[in-house]
Design a protein around this ligand. Structure first.
Ligand SMILES: Cc1cc2nc3c(=O)[nH]c(=O)nc-3n(C[C@H](O)[C@H](O)[C@H](O)COP(=O)(O)OP(=O)(O)OC[C@H]3O[C@@H](n4cnc5c(N)ncnc54)[C@H](O)[C@@H]3O)c2cc1C
Length: 417
């Protein structure tokens, strides 16, 4: 079933009775060409691009819960391509281009809103760093505009410009960045994959990975064993646990990241605003809720809920940046499990087991990566060679120390700064 404005009007006039389930609910077959473990954003986009770009459709996505119930449905939906260093910058640049064509490609309303991402700075040193970053973004082919304090005031008049500890020196505006509706992205990719014949199997937890003589043979699941020629792990915060089923110890720690949303208020924020000095960022949803968050909870955990000290820290930063926010009531808070890698950058690679692939390490920024990650992972699975924009996301960089990808561009590779 294709979606269109005409269809929406027709259904509105005739009682909304013509809509059909968006994907099938198949039982697992005994064998597939490819099994994808994890029905989050990255797993679903991988399945979609495997089918669309490579014609590989004898594929199952195995999800232990329901599609989109993991971090893909828990994030704060920010999409951007404002990375500084090569490795990440070309990858996220590709991702943003895929975001821009996603709704047409999927025939699905993902509510992509290029409202601009604004990074504030509060000192001369920070301004220099953002000038360099902006130039790197432009060299990559993306957009960046350096704003004066007055320029920032035009964009976001409701923040505190008089704060003595964090005076606003200006901001770096990335206009093509913005937000998209997170679970619609999962649903759109799920629908596209299902339409091309991929089996999306929910309530199916992978409990073991079958390997014989260094070659993957399939998986054990809560719904029985399933054979496969290739198995692709893409389970975000659960990466270490699932990789351990194949005897691997990953350089990944799982941490909680929280987010918060206020009651709906009238429009006060046009952009996504990032206040790095306070480890705080905020945007306003289409319903009017102020959606905001901060840093990790800083202890390893598999609990998808956070703790009060970080909630207090985030509220503190919110009041510092935008004191008026104190009048809004917080409606909800939640947490997700982040797969943190040592250099803040992801892994999309083959493993030492033939036919077993790994995609993880998305840290707190993997939503904006969903299209490019699926595109690159599908390429790797189909062709056994890395896709050009993800060529640096090798697993062995953590063993050799060669090719670490300092995500923030703030200094783990000192020779670059
Ligand atoms: C509060 C918060 C805010 C965030 N904000 C942003 C943001 O603004 N911008 C941004 O770019 N990123 C953001 N992120 C990060 C982003 O959400 C994640 O990096 C990304 O969603 C992870 O990839 P995924 O969607 O595939 O993960 P998930 O949706 O978690 O998918 C993994 C799936 O694997 C399944 N699984 C696990 N183990 C098994 C098993 N044994 N068998 C079968 N299935 C299994 C899980 O149930 C889950 O559904 C945020 C995250 C959080 C929590």
């Amino acid at each position: 079933m294709g979606y269109s404005g005409f269809k929406v009007i027709k259904e509105g006039l005739f009682g909304q009775k013509g809509w059909k389930p968006v994907w099938r609910n198949p039982d697992p077959k005994p064998e597939y060409d490819v099994i994808i473990i994890g029905g989050g954003g990255h797993g679903l986009s991988t399945a979609y691009y495997l089918a669309k770009e490579h014609g590989i459709t004898n594929v199952a996505v195995l999800e232990k819960g329901y599609l989109g119930g993991g971090n893909i449905g828990r994030n704060t939906t920010i999409v951007r391509a404002n990375y500084f260093l090569p490795g990440n910058s070309e990858f996220y640049s590709h991702s943003l281009k895929l975001w821009e064509g996603m709704e047409q490609d999927l025939n699905y309303n993902t509510m992509m809103s290029q409202r601009g991402v604004l990074n504030l700075f509060h000192s001369d040193g920070q301004r220099d760093a953002f000038v360099r970053r902006g130039n790197a973004m432009i060299n990559q082919g993306d957009d960046a505009i350096l704003l004066s304090p007055e320029g920032v005031r035009e964009q976001v008049p409701f923040i505190d410009f008089e704060n003595t500890r964090f005076p606003i020196y200006g901001g770096l505006l990335h206009k093509r960045g913005g937000t998209a509706r997170h679970d619609a992205v999962a649903w759109g990719y799920a629908r596209g994959a299902d339409q091309r014949g991929v089996d999306l199997i929910q309530n199916c937890e992978v409990t073991g990975i079958d390997i014989q003589g260094g070659v993957v043979k399939g998986v054990q699941t809560s719904r029985g064993p399933i054979r496969a020629k290739k198995v692709a792990i893409v389970v975000a915060g659960r990466s270490s646990q699932v990789a351990e089923m194949a005897g691997m110890r990953l350089p990944i720690e799982s941490h909680v990241l929280q987010a918060f949303v206020s009651e709906g208020v009238k429009p006060v924020l046009n952009n996504v605003v990032s206040f790095g000095m306070g480890h705080f960022y905020i945007s306003q949803s289409d319903k009017g809720g102020l959606v905001f968050g901060g840093d990790l909870d800083f202890y390893a955990s598999y609990a998808a809920r956070g703790n009060l000290p970080m909630a207090e820290h985030v509220m503190d930063a919110a009041m510092t940046l935008m004191p008026a926010i104190g009048k809004a009531r917080v409606l909800r808070s939640w947490g997700g499990i982040m797969d943190m890698s040592p250099d803040g950058s992801p892994i999309i690679d083959k493993t030492d087991t033939d036919g077993l692939f790994l995609n993880c390490g998305w840290c707190y920024g993997g939503f904006k990566a969903v299209p490019a990650s699926g595109f690159a992972y599908a390429h790797l699975i189909a062709k056994d060679t890395p896709y050009k924009t993800a060529a640096k996301f090798r697993l062995d960089r953590f063993a050799t120390g060669q090719g670490l990808l300092d995500e923030e561009g703030t200094g783990s590779q000192h020779n670059l700064h």
